[in-house]
Design a binder for this molecule. Structure first.
Ligand SMILES: Cc1ncc(COP(=O)(O)O)c(C=O)c1O
Length: 517
């Protein structure tokens, strides 16, 4: 075969035809249609399913074998096998958290607004990598629209603030703290942090801060030893008077506290730190205030819940996990900067193949220079889609319902003599203990852990536990709007049933120990 002046031998031309044939099938519209209809049927069935179920934990080695058994060998095959695809989806669904079940009360994941899952398929098939305008035009425009909508809700003047989307709250926290470091420890981006500053660079965080924040000082050269842990009050919020005293003492001892990280919705109890007072203190002392509002930042959408975040408008930066409480697929996090010029401070780099130093209408829209990721899913489009199709009221309504339900649960459990709630809920997270008369105080913590394990293994409810002040407590996160107080009452019954089982096991153990003595 001759193509212009290049000669190909016949064998390679033949292989090419076969090769392309195989590929064509796998990538074809027909295969897309067939596979999509299998998946749609399965997901519709999942949404219709009206069962109370938790999570089924399988032995990892067995699961590994099962998953391996579904794989084809290296030969490759050009036919789509709908039965195999159905099996793979079934395996996935069997091993996933049942977020649409009324037994699911364990974690911060929610089911997503279904249109966003469908749109995720569209954005996967026709990608718009979101960091650069030329590759992700609508994604970059959506970034701007969502940024403006939130700025309006926060009360920031148009055009003064900025927002960057990141893949996850962990990355948003890292990015914000890097921006804080580069801003307050001038020249650290270029010269590193091993140079004379006002003192030892230190980041102050609340005791209950998420681990994604407490690992940042290790990453950005501040060092784990230079984290100042701020004490909490009895609502597990940063206790401002004690925090101020501690920061001042640390300063006197030569530490330069350049950043404070507060939480708006701590992972363990959902506590919202006193943002207003912390903003006052931070501003008066030239400290960058970052708020990890991954969980509760979404309250900005609700007129009723927004006041709980008072002070957030004065933070230098804050983030919201849209994949938690804005009900879109993971990962989608919004990172806000009050001062738009600071958003460029996290990364200051030259890369002529992507960054264009000439400001033009397109570069002004793109986020590549402001976020860690190069290729980035256009996850923001899902949020824009919900806003376009339903308006933000849909999200606000769900959030308000979940917060009210958590308050009702608190009132209900407070009323029961064998339960003890650990805190008043500030959002949709509630921690409590089950304390039947028979349990000695030194075994209360062990009972909570055993209850979590036992209830999870029974498979009807899925709840979590958290360690507070060295003791285990039970924790529920109400993310499913189909749950009502009746389901909570069923959970109470399940906890009591499970505790009876544990009591029997424990007394059998005690007898066995007695006998073996
Ligand atoms: C308060 C808080 N911050 C940050 C994160 C981390 O977010 P992501 O899982 O999106 O990285 C979480 C996750 O649970 C969280 O609860």
């Amino acid at each position: 075969v001759a193509c212009q002046n290049i000669i190909f031998d016949d064998r390679s031309a033949l292989d090419e035809a076969e090769y392309a044939g195989d590929l064509r099938n796998a990538f074809s519209a027909a295969t897309f249609n067939e596979s999509a209809s299998v998946a749609i049927e399965k997901i519709s069935e999942l949404l219709r399913r009206n069962t109370v179920e938790g999570v089924t934990l399988e032995h990892p080695e067995l699961l590994l074998e099962e998953a391996r058994g579904l794989m084809r060998d290296g030969e490759g095959c050009d036919t789509f096998d709908p039965a195999l695809f159905a099996k793979i989806i079934d395996l996935y669904l069997r091993t996933s958290i049942k977020v649409s079940s009324t037994g699911y009360m364990a974690r911060q994941f929610s089911s997503v607004v279904p249109i966003t899952a469908v749109f995720d398929m569209v954005t996967a098939m026709a990608p718009q990598p979101a960091s650069f305008y030329e590759a992700g035009q609508l994604a970059n425009v959506a970034d701007k629209i969502i940024a403006e909508e939130f700025a309006r809700l926060i009360g920031w003047e148009t055009g003064t603030s900025d927002m960057v989307t990141t893949s996850g709250g962990s990355l948003a926290n890292l990015t914000a703290l890097l921006a804080a470091r580069n801003d307050r420890l001038n020249a650290s981006w270029k010269k590193g942090v091993a140079q004379p500053f006002r003192g030892t660079p230190t980041i102050a965080v609340g005791e209950d801060v998420h681990y994604s924040v407490s690992r940042v000082p290790g990453i950005i050269g501040i060092g784990q030893d230079n984290i100042l842990r701020l004490p909490l009050n009895d609502r597990r919020q940063i206790c401002v008077p004690s925090a101020v005293a501690l920061i001042e003492a640390a300063r006197a001892a030569g530490q330069d506290i350049f950043c404070i990280v507060a939480s708006a919705g701590s992972t363990s109890t959902g506590a919202i730190d006193p943002l207003d007072e912390l903003a006052d203190f931070a501003r008066a002392n030239g400290i960058w205030l970052h708020v990890d509002a991954a969980h509760c930042g979404a309250f900005l959408l609700s007129d009723r819940l927004r006041p709980l975040l008072r002070g957030i408008e004065r933070a230098d930066s804050f983030c919201i996990d849209a994949h938690k409480t804005l009900f879109v697929p993971a990962l989608c996090t919004l990172l806000f900067y009050r001062d738009r010029t600071k958003s460029l401070g996290a990364f200051t780099q030259e890369a002529s193949y992507v960054f264009d130093n000439r400001e033009d209408p397109m570069t002004r829209f793109e986020s590549g220079a402001k976020n860690f990721e190069c290729t980035k899913r256009p996850a923001i489009l899902n949020l824009w889609l919900v806003w376009a199709m339903y308006g933000p009221g849909l999200i606000a309504k769900k959030l308000e319902y979940l917060v009210d339900l958590t308050r009702d649960t608190y009132n209900y459990l407070s009323f029961l003599p064998d339960f003890e709630v650990v805190h008043e809920p500030e959002c949709n997270i509630l921690c409590f203990e089950y304390r039947p008369e028979w349990v000695p105080s030194e075994r209360v913590s062990a009972l909570q852990l055993a209850l979590r394990d036992n209830i999870r293994a029974a498979g009807k409810f899925f709840i979590s536990k958290v360690e507070l002040e060295g003791r285990n407590v039970l924790r529920i996160v109400l993310m499913n709007h189909e749950i009502n107080i009746g389901h909570v009452a069923d959970l109470v019954t399940e906890i009591r049933r499970s505790a009876d089982e544990i009591a029997t096991l424990w007394s059998m153990d005690a007898v066995a120990q007695e006998v073996s003595r």
